[in-house]
Unconditional design. Structure first.
Ligand SMILES: Cc1cc2nc3c(=O)[nH]c(=O)nc-3n(C[C@H](O)[C@H](O)[C@H](O)COP(=O)(O)OP(=O)(O)OC[C@H]3O[C@@H](n4cnc5c(N)ncnc54)[C@H](O)[C@@H]3O)c2cc1C
Length: 501
């Protein structure tokens, strides 16, 4: 792509130019860098991240026991074999990503401690101008780029989401959010309450149970868990047969994806059966007489939220051993000594951990303008959950809920590279997506149908998300199994793509 230095606004500061600017050095950003290098050789690109190193989620979260709840065969890249147990710690994921960076000499493209603060598109110049600030020196920097690849994740890294409860300021103990875990925290012999019912709470409770006096998992309503061995029989057998790791990765990945497709189908077609089976799996770890109906039988249907994997049933083993307990109730208010529940019971606590989720951040909290007009993403329609109407030369990453979030890394990597190569071939400097004449009467709907999927962080911030249509082109279908064959076949000369020179 052509070198360009003209800015949309007069400024004395010199901008550094790249063909492609990737925002974020998490799993997606690093994967994007790999694909650009492989599939668009010669492209000048940079990856900018606000944090001090790569890893995103796996760098930010430092609470005890932090681990994936997806298997790494599908969470990891298709091009880099995963050789460990399926569920991995943050440290193992960082080390896997570190190898990808080193083996492909990607470090020279990545700049840390660069927080992007604004992005402005100029149609006159066919160029993005990106403002960044160095988090260590406060220095303001300018970049220009022909194409933006937004790999910023989906939540604010600085601070997790904690609801406001009455009386929080009266509580004499410590309140901690797992996303900003204090290294100095001393849990020894303390009474700890973990508020939450998702994967984070399920990970934390068994991880700290041995250190605390007692830990209580306090949930408003239960979650579905899949409790199973942290091992993959197919991988173990193939390793015994001394099969090459590249093959093992591909075979196991396919097998897991096949099984997940079956499970999703069962959950949708036979929700009662699926629910009973999931609950049976949990029951197997708990003592006779444990109130599974109250504490581990969710009200929603099994496919409406992500199924949380509990390796070796460790959460339930903690409960069975008496070191941990579970309370299903609503919080009336915080008190000096702990938490008063709707039922009238008071849970005493020295430390309260709010595993209550994220603050959604749609595009890294970056203000965008197109030709000096502020972009309101909620007024755009998404093209397959990766581009927006009216926003040129930009691809945005939003992963999968039911399968590994990261399964789109390689699919989007292929798409972006194909699009860039196509633009080069036809001499286009600009591409945007637009509704076609046949989409004129298409209903424009909220980003996601809550009947289909309804995690709290999305429901809280749906007004920030782009809109969708009712055709596969104009929505994120959340269906990896269809997308893996459809995305490579997208006709880049279709009417929905509008090119400019
Ligand atoms: C504790 C935890 C466990 C999870 N476990 C799983 C799991 O098992 N399976 C699964 O599929 N998903 C899981 N997820 C979801 C998970 O976040 C993703 O799967 C994956 O790691 C996201 O990668 P990413 O690259 O898209 O985003 P992130 O990891 O969020 O990385 C985004 C990067 O972009 C940077 N960035 C954002 N805005 C800016 C800006 N304005 N300027 C500069 N840099 C910016 C951030 O600093 C960050 O480094 C988990 C999430 C959490 C919090």
């Amino acid at each position: 792509m052509a070198e360009a230095t003209t800015l949309t606004r007069p400024t004395s500061q010199k901008a550094e130019h790249f063909d492609v600017l990737i925002v974020g050095a998490g799993i997606y950003g690093v994967g994007g860098a790999y694909h650009l290098q492989q599939q668009c050789p010669g492209t000048r690109f940079v990856v900018l991240d606000a944090l001090e190193s790569f890893g995103g989620t796996w760098l930010t979260h430092k609470y005890p026991g932090i681990r994936s709840d997806s298997d790494l065969y599908t969470f990891g890249y298709r091009f880099k074999p995963w050789v460990g147990a399926p569920i991995a710690t943050a440290e193992e994921i960082l080390s896997y990503m570190g190898e990808v960076i080193e083996e492909n000499d990607l470090a020279r493209h990545i700049r840390y401690k660069h927080k992007i603060t604004a992005a402005r598109w100029s149609s006159k110049d066919n160029l993005w101008t990106v403002e960044a600030v160095r988090t260590d020196t406060n220095e303001k920097l300018l970049f220009t780029a022909n194409f933006l690849w937004m790999c910023q994740g989906y939540y604010r890294h600085e601070k997790g989401y904690t609801p406001e409860w009455k009386g929080m300021d009266e509580f004499k103990g410590e309140i901690v959010h797992p996303q900003t875990w204090p290294e100095s925290i001393d849990l020894k012999d303390k009474k700890v309450v973990v508020i939450g019912s998702g994967a984070t709470a399920a990970t934390l409770v068994p991880a700290i149970a041995g250190d605390c006096g007692h830990v209580t998992l306090l949930q408003r309503s239960p979650t579905y868990f899949v409790a199973a061995r942290n091992a993959n029989d197919v991988a173990d057998m193939l390793r015994k047969l001394e099969i090459d790791e590249t093959w093992i990765h591909e075979i196991v990945r396919r097998k897991i994806l096949f099984d997940q497709a079956e499970l999703t189908k069962i959950c949708i077609d036979m929700p009662d059966f699926a629910r009973d089976e999931l609950i049976k799996g949990v029951k197997a770890f708990l003592p006779e007489g444990f109130d599974v109906a109250k504490h581990f039988t969710p009200k929603y249907r099994p496919w409406q939220q992500r199924l949380a994997f509990v390796p070796d049933g460790d959460l339930f083993q903690g409960i069975a051993s008496g070191k941990a307990s579970v309370v299903t109730d609503e919080i009336e208010r915080f008190t000096e000594k702990g938490i008063l529940l709707r039922s009238g019971q008071e849970l005493e606590a020295d430390i309260i951990i709010t595993a209550t989720g994220f603050n959604l951040s749609v595009l890294g909290d970056i203000p965008f303008t197109v030709d000096d007009k502020r972009v309101d993403f909620s007024q755009t329609v998404t093209y397959r959950g990766m581009m927006f109407t009216g926003v040129p030369n930009m691809v945005w990453v939003f992963g999968y809920f039911r399968a590994s979030w990261t399964l789109r890394v390689d699919l989007l990597g292929d798409f972006v590279c194909r699009l860039l190569n196509h633009m080069k071939a036809i001499g286009a400097k600009r591409v945007s997506v637009a509704l076609r004449p046949e989409d004129k009467d298409m209903p424009i709907l909220p980003w996601i149908d809550p009947e289909n999927f309804n995690p709290g962080y999305l429901m809280r911030s749906m007004d920030l998300m782009p809109k969708r249509g009712n055709k596969p082109e104009w929505q994120h279908t959340q269906d990896y199994w269809t997308e893996r064959s459809e995305l490579p076949k997208i006709a880049l000369d279709g009417k929905e793509f509008v090119y400019g020179r």
